[in-house]
Design a protein around this ligand. Structure first.
Ligand SMILES: Nc1ncnc2c1ncn2[C@@H]1O[C@H](COP(=O)(O)OP(=O)(O)O)[C@@H](O)[C@H]1O
Ligand SMILES: [Mg+2]
Length: 483
């Protein structure tokens, strides 16, 4: 592909109709598919771009498709517009054995009749093509490949698809870059690009700075907001994520206090840089009301769904009324952009004495994945919030790690939680424990979410958040014990 390629391409008519029966089977089996509780009843094409014509040995389509899923009985029963997913579809005569796990199926009719289609991110050439397009800032159809002019991408980096469980799909290029392709696509600025770009502008060293990104421009006939589709960032070589590291230390019977303190400092550095980079607001009683109402509603829904929560409903609710009470008395809080889905798995620790000068080579923590909770609407995810939200989420994560050990190690978690807050205070100048009511409200909201999630998806994990629920609802709860 040459420099600054611009190609206008259309996809053949009938493409989606011919893929429909195959995608109905394949899509719900993907880890990142969000609607596993309901069948897919059809698809609508949002955008299709031919990246390689199917007449060659290898064809390649970039698709944005909306999956229709009827609501469950009791929820109105009508069809909702459905989620929009990003797909990269490869087309071959037949698949070589190495690509067997990527098979979507054999097309029986339409423009690709007789061909085999597959998940193209598993394949070298399509992955190379994406990197090449980012490097050369290509425009292909409605796809716009952008690159930070200050960062170079060396040609010839070898791609490999990451095999970890994730909610999106990532390709690593020669241990130098990682491209995350978002799977659930929404119009508008995605915080997974917005926040790392803002942090890079601030020179914050805790977050890999976006090197390049991929955007779908709206159809000129139907103007709207662009869709962020993917972000390329420097790959932190030899990194271990915080969850893995924590479990390793737990298994060895080691504490995690120094790491937790360093993580607290890293979180505070990111918060301080975000507060400098993007607007902050003051939250008073009226601003807080919507937040408290949301927490209260989520609690009520969880109590309805999970009977084990019932005995604690009043105690948990008191966390929210206490917060509302403080606001009614005139207390205010500063709200700013935050990570929004912080946990140990979103933190990467690079090896200590790295010999390279690559990003994050000094044994430091980096924070990744600023997408927020993908199930929440984008506007909500981009709203300024008290920093304590991220702190509370991380405190829950220490608890999760400690209670997944055999036997559970609640003291280990308490030491980490205290160290994390101390580290945070060292770098931010404010200790999150000085705001115990807000901290308890956010921890409660998180624990309630966890109970609902575990009850639905992993019942054997339910005791973990229920232990937190008992503590947070306690007979005379005065806030989390973080001494
Ligand atoms: N810059 C990076 N360097 C090294 N590994 C990374 C980097 N970014 C992500 N990863 C790895 O990829 C995984 C998934 O990335 P993440 O951004 O959390 O995606 P998802 O939104 O799918 O959760 C991480 O848990 C981590 O193991
Ligand atoms: Mg993640």
């Amino acid at each position: 592909m040459s420099e600054a390629v611009t190609r206008t391409v259309t996809s053949p008519p009938g493409l989606l109709a011919s893929l429909d029966p195959l995608l109905r089977e394949w899509l719900p089996r993907q880890r990142w598919f969000a609607g596993k509780d309901r069948p897919v009843t059809g698809f609508a094409l949002v955008a299709a771009t031919e990246l390689l014509p199917p007449t060659t040995k290898l064809g390649l389509y970039h698709l944005l498709v909306r999956a229709h899923q009827p609501l469950l009985p009791g929820h109105g029963g009508q069809e909702q517009p459905g989620e929009c997913y990003q797909l990269l579809i490869g087309v071959r005569e037949a698949l070589p054995p190495r690509l067997a796990p990527a098979l979507i199926g054999h097309v029986s009719e339409g423009p690709l009749a007789g061909r085999t289609v597959y998940e193209a991110l598993h394949d070298t050439r399509p992955a190379e093509l994406l990197l090449e397009a980012l490097r050369s800032r290509a425009r292909i159809g409605g796809l716009r490949f952008e690159r930070d002019p200050g960062q170079e991408i060396r040609p010839g980096l070898v791609p490999r698809l990451m095999t970890v469980e994730q909610s999106n799909s990532s390709v690593v290029y020669g241990d130098t870059f990682i491209l995350k392709l978002l799977r659930r696509i929404v119009p508008g600025i995605n915080p997974d690009l917005e926040l790392p770009l803002a942090l890079a502008r601030e020179g914050c060293p805790r977050v890999p700075p976006p090197t390049a990104w991929l955007v779908a421009d709206p159809d000129p006939a139907d103007p709207g907001e662009p869709h962020v589709l993917g972000v390329l960032q420097p790959f932190v070589q030899g990194a271990t994520d915080g969850w893995e590291l924590a479990l390793r230390e737990l298994a060895k019977g080691e504490d995690f206090v120094a790491e937790a303190r360093a993580l607290g400092r890293a979180t505070a550095e990111v918060h301080t840089a975000l507060a400098r980079a993007l607007p902050t607001v003051t939250l008073g009683h009226s601003g807080l009301r919507a937040m408290v109402a949301g927490m209260t509603e989520r609690l009520a829904a969880a109590v309805r769904a999970v009977p084990a929560l019932r005995p604690y409903a009043t105690g948990l609710g008191s966390a929210y009324t206490a917060l509302d009470g403080l606001a009614a008395e005139g207390q205010t809080w500063t709200a700013q952009r935050v990570h929004g889905d912080l946990h140990l798995g979103q933190c990467l620790r690079s090896p200590a004495r790295g010999s390279s000068h690559a990003f994050g080579s000094g044994g430091e923590w980096s924070l990744i994945d600023f997408e927020g909770e993908p199930a929440r609407p984008l506007a909500e995810r981009r709203m300024p919030q008290p920093v304590v939200r991220d702190v509370a989420a991380m405190l829950r994560s220490f608890d999760y790690a400690a209670r997944s050990a055999d036997p559970p190690q609640p003291d280990w978690a308490e030491h980490c939680r205290a160290a994390y807050c101390s580290g945070y205070a060292e770098a931010a100048g404010t200790d999150p424990r000085t705001d115990p009511v807000m901290l308890r409200a956010y921890e409660t909201d998180k624990a309630v979410y966890e109970v609902l999630y575990e009850a639905r998806h992993r019942p054997q994990w339910l005791p973990v958040p229920l232990a937190a629920v008992r503590r947070l609802a306690g007979p005379d709860p005065t806030g989390p014990d973080l001494t």
